[in-house]
Write a protein that binds this ligand. Structure first.
Ligand SMILES: [Zn+2]
Ligand SMILES: [Zn+2]
Length: 741
């Protein structure tokens, strides 16, 4: 009989793959099994990638030692997903494996937490019991306690170590036995969730739910669904009822949210709705301990947890029999993993749904252009929800031209327009609350002229040029075009042209001066370092103990405060003029999402946007709540300059503590890539990143563009393999990059 062999990926950084013989004694060894193996003169562990006939070699294959887990930890579908991911993103399989199997699960050392329990085997008769009471009163007490506890009690509850000897004696007499029992480490055990019932749906929600639950025709697979619902249209309720339906049918459900810590309200709603099934709901997030993660992961794998809520990495949760995947706020950047493997959680979700033949719903008030374009092409189904629930109206949005304000305030830093100040005074007088928002992506700085609003842009790429201190250059971060910093505005000739920007701290200082009576809190990464700081501040705000919140992106998402009637967006240009072709899209999304925080209760909401470029499309379309209009013109721009979703853009970067090494390595790679560059790949020039130094490392980067993501990744991966970087340089390849810093 021909012997079977297993290709095993060895745990460890060198991503070795070796063949091993499968000894008959091991029984069936499947793809995805964890195994112990001999490696040179020591023992190691690994994961089975392939099983097949032994390769023809002159060597005798060494046999596998043993199986760590009897069954494969990775389902066949997840294995396929992993292979696809590896090819698409040009990432070695070993790194993909790290994403598929979290460290706590992969490491041999972690295991179930157990406790000792004392189990009643047989009760002695009356006479023997009397005897025991006299001769060994302690044993008698233990026996009565075990009996009273329905025949089973933990050793700890009996008194732990102090009773062990007595229990052992009882065990010898055959009255009890001492056993081990697994205990679950429940991350939410100190929280209680009140069960909620389904809400009555309005007509639009009803239509959406029906469409989501519709079974595909025989032999067809259901297309992914984009649920485009305005802020406050009740998308979460639709998800909840769709999930309920699948769970009722014995299926499992996976809900992805952008970031658990920033979406506490969504998680809360899921936990409450399914409170009766509490043990079947697992929440996966980055704050779990290794032990908790181990337990949750295995609960999911065994089918004990059927509803999983988590951030992007939860897409690899080993759920079986999936009925539905929901990707909430599908446009969010946080779905893109910023370390290897650099996958996009939403895109992986779509692929997983396809492999599992299950339903997938992508929800957003501001869908990404990638997803929206897929509905235009007919690849996805589009469902619209245009009305807010409970007859709430959309907030009124006003745009303030800060060029005029700057003139009025004569050269002073124009932070607060007259209109915003007056509106704030009025709302605060009524006891209503205000959110002030500053989109601060501080490090990339564009040059803007306050009198005319002009921003220096690259004529080839239509993105703002970035100012580099030191040699006073302006650089384009798509193509590498460079120019010297002008000393007057190229559009109007004014000498006032300057770097834009101020931070939240400055805003707080000004607001405290203007509103000395108000209670003010600032939310940004500097003030929210303490654990639970964000949760506590938001709780205070909800309890109306804070009047004004000043914040960054951290407050833009998913929050629901009925008493907030005014939102001010202080400097919309900050997010608009960054060297990123998605800057316009992000600004549109941000304004819409932030504006969506206003008027969530019975009171009407108002939004004031302050900008030097009031006619920019992202601001004007957001002002009129016109997503479709915005998408149309933005897609036209993307097509014209060859940007996604019409192409794939990737970033190749080097990082090193030695600036010259980072630069030289990238120049070298550029030369190698250029030598045989396939016709369908476009490549920019190597240049310093907009964020030139971070975490003590210098950063250089170049852009690549192609119609075929896979072709591009494969080509770059091949060249990288032939050109290993020096030891002190890290090379980063980011397919479908979402950030260009
Ligand atoms: Zn350019
Ligand atoms: Zn000007």
């Amino acid at each position: 009989m021909e012997m079977n062999a297993a290709k095993v990926l060895i745990d460890g950084p060198s991503e070795l793959v070796f063949d091993y013989a499968i000894p008959e004694s091991l029984g069936e060894v499947a793809v995805g099994c964890r195994v112990r193996i001999p490696l040179r003169n020591r023992n190691s562990t690994g994961t089975v990638l392939e099983v097949g006939p032994a390769p023809q070699t002159n060597f005798t294959l060494r046999p596998l030692h043993s199986l760590i887990d009897p069954e494969p930890l990775i389902t066949p579908n997840l294995m396929k997903l992993g292979k696809w991911l590896s090819e698409y993103y040009g990432t070695p399989m070993e790194q993909v494996m790290r994403a598929l199997l979290p460290e706590s699960v992969r490491q041999d050392a972690h295991s179930e937490k157990t406790r000792k329990v004392v189990v009643l085997e047989s009760m002695p008769d009356e006479e023997a019991l009397e005897k025991l009471k006299k001769r060994a009163p302690k044993q008698h007490v233990i026996l009565t306690l075990v009996k009273a506890a329905a025949g089973q009690i933990s050793l700890a509850d009996l008194g732990g170590g102090s009773v062990t000897a007595s229990v052992k004696s009882l065990e010898k007499k055959g009255f009890v036995s001492l056993k081990s029992e697994a205990v679950r480490r429940d991350p939410d055990q100190d929280q209680e969730f009140m069960e909620t019932s389904p809400l009555k749906l309005n007509a639009e929600q009803e239509v959406a739910l029906t469409e989501i639950l519709k079974e595909p025709k025989e032999g067809e697979t259901k297309k992914p669904i984009l649920l485009h619902g305005v802020t406050g249209s009740g998308k979460t309720e639709v998800y909840l009822q769709a999930v309920q339906h699948h769970v009722d049918q014995g299926k499992s459900a996976l809900i992805l949210v952008p970031e658990i810590s920033l979406t506490p309200q969504t998680v809360q709603r899921f936990k409450s709705r399914f409170a009766a099934l509490q043990d079947q709901v697992a929440v996966l997030h980055s704050h779990l301990s290794q032990g908790e993660r181990f337990d949750e992961w295995h609960r999911i794998r065994k089918g004990e947890a059927k509803i999983v809520i988590g951030a992007r990495s939860a897409i690899f949760a080993p759920l079986k029999n999936l009925g539905i995947i929901v990707v909430d706020e599908e446009h969010e950047n946080t779905y893109k993993q910023e370390t290897s493997p650099r996958y996009h959680g939403r895109d992986i979700a779509v692929l997983r749904a396809h492999l599992e033949s299950c339903c997938i719903v992508l929800g957003s008030a501001t869908p990404s252009l990638e997803t929206y374009q897929n509905t235009l092409k007919g690849k996805y189904t589009l469902l619209n929800m245009t009305q807010r629930v409970d007859n709430q109206t959309m907030p009124i949005i006003r745009v303030m031209d800060m060029k005029i304000e700057a003139q009025k305030q004569k050269g002073r830093l124009a932070i607060l327009s007259d209109k915003l100040r007056v509106s704030m005074e009025a709302k605060l007088k009524e006891g209503e609350q205000v959110i002030l928002f500053l989109n601060r992506r501080g490090f990339a700085r564009a040059l803007q002229c306050p009198p005319c609003g002009h921003v220096c842009e690259c004529q080839h790429c239509a993105i703002p040029l970035t100012y580099h201190r030191g040699d006073e250059r302006l650089i384009c971060h798509m193509c590498g075009y460079q120019t010297i910093t002008p000393n007057k505005c190229p559009a109007c000739g004014d000498k006032a042209i300057k770097l834009q920007g101020y931070g939240t701290e400055k805003v707080e200082e000004v607001i405290r001066k203007v509103f000395p009576q108000s209670r003010i809190a600032r939310i940004d990464t500097d003030t929210m370092r303490r654990k639970n700081a964000l949760r506590d501040t938001l709780a205070k705000f909800k309890a109306k103990k804070i009047d004004i919140i000043i914040g960054t992106q951290m407050i833009a998402k998913g929050l629901h405060f009925p008493n907030v009637t005014l939102v001010g967006i202080l400097n919309a240009d900050l997010g608009l003029h960054v060297p990123d072709f998605r800057a316009g899209e992000r600004t549109f999304q941000l304004i819409t999402q932030v504006a969506g925080r206003a008027g969530r209760g019975e009171l009407e909401g108002e939004v004031v946007i302050q900008t030097f470029t009031p006619h920019s499309p992202s601001i004007q379309f957001a002002r009129h709540h016109d997503y479709v209009g915005y998408a149309e013109q933005e897609l036209q721009f993307r097509g014209q300059f060859g940007y996604p979703p019409f192409t794939h853009v990737a970033m190749l970067g080097t990082r090193s503590t030695h600036e010259r090494r980072a630069e030289f390595t990238l120049q070298n790679l550029h030369k190698r890539l250029k030598a045989n560059l396939p016709a369908q790949i476009e490549m920019g020039e190597p240049m310093p990143s907009p964020l030139t130094k971070a975490h003590g490392q210098y950063r250089y980067q170049l852009m690549l563009k192609s119609n075929s993501a896979r072709g591009l990744s494969q080509y770059v991966a091949r060249v990288l393999k032939q050109t290993p970087p020096p030891e002190d340089v890290i090379v980063v390849f980011d397919m479908d990059a979402m950030s260009f810093f």
